[in-house]
Design a protein around this ligand. Structure first.
Ligand code: MV4
Length: 482
């Protein structure tokens, strides 16, 4: 593979190109008119404009991107995450045009894109799943019967769903008919597929996912877990590896289950298997994400493996050169997603120009970003401006490092979720590891953040006063006192 086109923008486009360059592979960026001056465009060896700012007129135009790739002589396409990354038709079209899709085969994307198909595929393996039905349900009476068997509360989920869309909690049987109707119509309008199913609702789960890598020679390895329970309205905020609650035994069992999920769909490349962990540490398979995930850097840091490099090698047909037993967890890594959102104003998008933008630096800090000082944040895309990743020998060291990194991250011109990240890192429930997916809802409100600001303002005022008093005594020396 001599030249890779990256069908994405922002931090992930740069992240992929960095590894391609390291491997001596040429890079091609595609960009919308809004991104003409974006860093990912300048970072690439070549760049091609593919259309107007809205993603459905640029970054989502699969056929156009394939045409660009062919005309510029690229042999592979890396989709990053989001956009076309989990579009089975795109993956198929790339291959049909004689190019390599740096990701799984379209078959695996299709199976895992449907939760019901995924459940069906993993049946041949012994994978723990939440009690419930594994077929589409349309009949309210049948749904009620199932719910009574497994016990309320239950959750209605859309088969084609993702990111919490099309999910409905049902507390008791009086709500079943109404919630079924809503879930089905929501699923139909959001995904064009009204298939829903019913599961026992796990009330206080942790969201733990396992990174896997599968090559075309039958090797499937796992790279341990990422803990992603700290999320707000299905948007992850802080991720870490390893999880503070897994024992080596559970970790090994989850890893083995994840490898089997990958085998069940003949997976190739990097993928992530999502699990719920209940309060008694039982784990259940939820779904598989058939892409490189936003939070992959925490796994890279604790394992020392460049996952993009592995993706490219696998796409070239190479076998993964190490064995499961070669992989070890070393230290602890945290990732904070920095969004252009105002945590004091219900996380509304904060639009504007990055008048000051100075990310922190240090041995235990990694910042993956796609912005520079002076740039405007385009309104057309995801509001994530960067990922702040820190490392420590222990979890506590990684947290301390994160707080320092947040403090030295200078951003002016827009509001960001950096102060919110600090709030999480300073919170007792986070520090003790005693939290679940309800952390933000249970513990966060803007008054607490405002109190933090006031405290900081007080410390700053006291320091200023100390300085002033000290200087005053210096100024009182006889020479200047006339
Ligand atoms: C669940 C659940 C509780 N019980 N399934 C949310 C998105 C999708 N990936 C699955 N999700 C959930 N499925 C059962 N049977 C709770 C969630 C859930 C959740 C999962 C992971 C991370 C954050 C979450 C926030 C709310 C609900």
């Amino acid at each position: 593979m001599r030249k890779i086109l990256v069908a994405n923008r922002g931090e992930i486009a740069i992240r992929v190109m960095k590894t391609a360059k390291k491997m001596g592979i040429k890079t091609v960026a595609v960009f919308s008119e809004a991104d003409r001056n974006a860093p990912h465009v300048r970072f690439a060896d070549e760049a091609v404009c593919i259309g107007p700012p809205p993603s459905n007129q640029s970054y989502l135009l699969g056929d156009k991107i394939i045409e660009v790739a062919k005309s510029i002589g690229a042999d592979g396409i890396h989709p990053g995450y989001g956009f076309l990354s989990e579009n089975a038709n795109f993956a198929e079209a790339v291959e049909k045009n004689g190019l390599v899709f740096i990701g799984p085969k379209s078959k695996a994307i299709r199976i895992m894109g449907s939760k019901l198909a995924a459940k069906e595929a993993v049946k041949a393996y012994d994978i723990p799943m939440v009690p419930g039905v594994d077929e589409a349900v349309t009949d309210v009476a049948y749904a009620e019967k199932i719910a009574k068997e497994i016990g309320f509360p239950v959750l209605i989920k859309a088969s084609a769903g993702g990111g919490g869309k099309g999910m409905r909690i049902v507390e008791d049987e009086t709500q079943m008919a109404e919630q079924m109707e809503r879930a089905i119509s929501e699923a139909e309008s959001a995904f064009g597929d009204g298939a829903v199913f019913v599961e026992k609702y796990v009330t206080s789960p942790r969201h733990i996912e396992i990174q896997v890598l599968a090559d075309t020679h039958g090797n499937v390895l796992h790279f341990f877990e990422r803990e992603c329970s700290i999320q707000r309205r299905h948007q992850k905020v802080v991720e870490e590896a390893p999880s503070s609650v897994l024992t080596p035994e559970i970790r090994a069992k989850m890893g083995e289950a994840a490898v089997n999920v990958a085998r069940s769909c003949d997976y190739v490349g990097a993928g992530t298997v999502e699990f719920l962990l209940d309060a008694d540490k039982n784990f259940y398979f939820l779904e598989m994400n058939t892409r490189l995930q936003v939070e992959h850097p925490v796994t890279e840091w604790i394992t020392g493996v460049d996952l993009v490099e592995q993706q490219i090698k696998i796409a070239r047909g190479e076998a993964v050169s190490f064995k499961q037993d070669d992989l070890k967890i070393t230290g602890h890594a945290l990732e904070l997603r920095v969004y252009a959102e105002d945590p004091l104003d219900d996380f509304l998008p904060s639009i504007g120009t990055l008048e000051v933008y100075q990310p922190p630096q240090g041995n235990n800090i990694r910042v993956d970003d796609g912005f520079e000082e002076g740039m405007e944040i385009p309104i057309y895309y995801d509001p994530m401006i960067s990922k702040l990743i820190t490392y420590g020998k222990t979890r506590s060291e990684a947290i301390t490092e994160m707080i320092h990194a947040i403090d030295s991250y200078k951003v002016k011109g827009i509001e960001t979720t950096l102060p919110f990240g600090k709030f999480v890192c300073e919170h007792e429930a986070f520090r003790s590891g005693n939290f679940d997916t309800h952390f933000v809802k249970n513990y966060y409100n803007k008054e607490l953040l405002e109190a933090n600001y006031e405290e900081e303002a007080m410390v700053a005022a006291k320091l200023a006063l100390q300085c002033y008093l000290k200087e005053k005594t210096i100024l009182k020396t006889p020479a200047s006192d006339y």
